[in-house]
Design a protein around this ligand. Structure first.
Ligand code: ZN
Length: 70
């Protein structure tokens, strides 16, 4: 059995994040796998949602600042 190497703790998909398919449905793509940098497919704006104190993403973090997908 192969031992997991912990040099990249975020290698696994973070359950806090929506799947790429879900984000695509919302008109959003994720620019960076490790940071929550999102880009609107409609206007091209990118933004980085602020994590809450407990490290989870806020409600509606996928919403474009220009309200394309509100
Ligand atoms: Zn937009």
């Amino acid at each position: 059995m192969k031992q997991a190497v912990c040099t990249e703790p975020l290698e696994r998909e973070d359950p806090r994040y929506m799947s790429p398919a879900q984000l695509a449905w919302l008109g959003v793509s994720r620019l960076n796998r490790y940071d929550a940098v999102l880009q609107c497919a409609m206007c091209g704006t990118s933004w980085s949602p602020k994590l809450r104190a407990d490290g989870t993403l806020p409600q509606g973090y996928w919403q474009c600042p220009n309200k394309c997908n509100w």
